[in-house]
Design a protein around this ligand. Structure first.
Ligand SMILES: [Zn+2]
Ligand SMILES: [Zn+2]
Length: 370
């Protein structure tokens, strides 16, 4: 399985110089199973955050541009940061393409309606019915198991407002678990609700809630068992989590515990906080890597960035390059391995000076520093 990360942020997109190396787009991971010996193996996409737009542009260069492509979109849940790329996904508007969308069943609204609503006229000019591609929706239970061609898919429930599900993909001896978005399974049970007054972490739990959380955690550990790679929601630091346990996100410390209990080989920090800068992510990763080494924990740890590619085989995750040292300029096609990144503008390249007009002074945009 070959993976490419097209969006690695949580909550909302954050373009700008502070996020240029890890990227500012929201959740989207491409999984390609086809190779020379299995040319028919499926193409999968995990989540449809704003990263999906650029993936769509690249897909249009191949069979999807000719209306001959098929892809399977697995959606963890339908919060904006996991679906907002879909209306801007060019292959959706090409006759002949086929898309299978899988997400958790809601009690009240069919999955198709949930997706169609975000293209409704108060929000978007092109109605969902204008999508010329063939679209098929499959509603999933929390613990669904199914096959997409030769790829085995398993799901389990997560601890998130209005509920999200995690996916595990197994193909040709390789396995990944995609676990986003979720709070840890110890302080608060989050169901179909937004909790206004969260308990303090460490407050005693109702025994029923504790039992539900334990069963949820056991499900996540089983899902990640022995996986070559676990991609995990690590939006928070422990201090941030203590302020907002009811938002439904975890810390790297929680992900490391789950990966350890599951005997997973590698962990990918993912769904980065929008306010986390490139430098802070570098530091976060280095600190956790050093801690794992000093604890004698063999788990490999990485932090996902836009454009990261990896080749997952039964023997492991292959070579993973660190985040680029210079920004990836928007619109760059990411296709080479190892990736080649466009160099940031030289500091000497002056931006045009704008003349003030009217009564308001016009401040030129800040310079991008590499
Ligand atoms: Zn999210
Ligand atoms: Zn969410």
């Amino acid at each position: 399985m070959k993976l490419r990360f097209w969006g690695v942020r949580g909550s909302f997109p954050v373009p700008g110089s502070h996020t240029a190396r890890y990227g500012g787009n929201t959740s989207c991971v491409e999984v390609r199973c086809a190779d020379d010996s299995h040319p028919e193996a499926p193409r999968l996409i995990l989540d449809a955050g704003t990263g999906l737009r650029r993936l769509g542009k690249e897909m249009m260069q191949g069979e999807f541009g000719e209306g001959a492509g098929t892809a399977h979109l697995l959606v963890s849940h339908t919060h904006w940061d996991h679906i907002q790329g879909l209306p801007f996904f060019a292959p959706l508007y090409q006759t002949g393409n086929r898309f299978h969308v899988y997400a958790r069943q809601r009690d009240d609204t069919h999955l198709r309606t949930v997706f169609a609503l975000q293209s409704d006229n108060p929000y978007f000019p092109v109605p969902f019915e204008a999508a010329a591609a063939d679209l098929e929706f499959t509603e999933l239970s929390d613990d669904a198991r199914f096959n997409i061609g030769p790829v085995q898919v398993r799901c389990t429930r997560l601890n998130h407002p209005w509920i999200a599900i995690a996916f595990r993909l197994d193909y040709d001896g390789a396995s990944i678990a995609y676990v986003t978005d979720t709070a840890p399974f110890r302080d608060i049970l989050i169901e179909r609700q937004f909790i206004r007054q969260p308990p303090k972490p460490g407050d005693p739990l109702h025994p029923d809630d504790a039992a539900k959380l334990k069963s949820m955690r056991d499900g996540v550990v089983r899902l990640c068992e022995g996986a070559q790679l676990v991609i995990y929601d690590t939006q928070f630091t422990p201090a941030e989590y203590a302020q907002r346990p009811h938002w439904g996100h975890s810390c790297p410390e929680d992900a490391i515990e789950i990966a350890r209990d599951a005997g997973a080989k590698a962990l990918m920090l993912f769904h980065h906080a929008p306010e986390r800068t490139d430098e802070q992510l570098d530091e976060l990763l280095a600190r956790h890597r050093a801690q794992l080494v000093s604890n004698g924990n063999p788990l490999a740890i990485y932090a996902a960035y836009e454009g990261m590619e990896l080749d997952l085989t039964r023997s492991g995750v292959g070579e993973i390059l660190p985040a680029p040292s210079v920004p990836v300029r928007s619109g760059t096609t990411i296709s080479s391995k190892p990736p080649r990144f466009v160099t940031a503008p030289e500091p000497s390249q002056e931006l045009p000076t704008l003349e003030p007009s009217g009564p308001f002074p016009v401040v030129p945009p800040p310079k991008v520093t590499p």
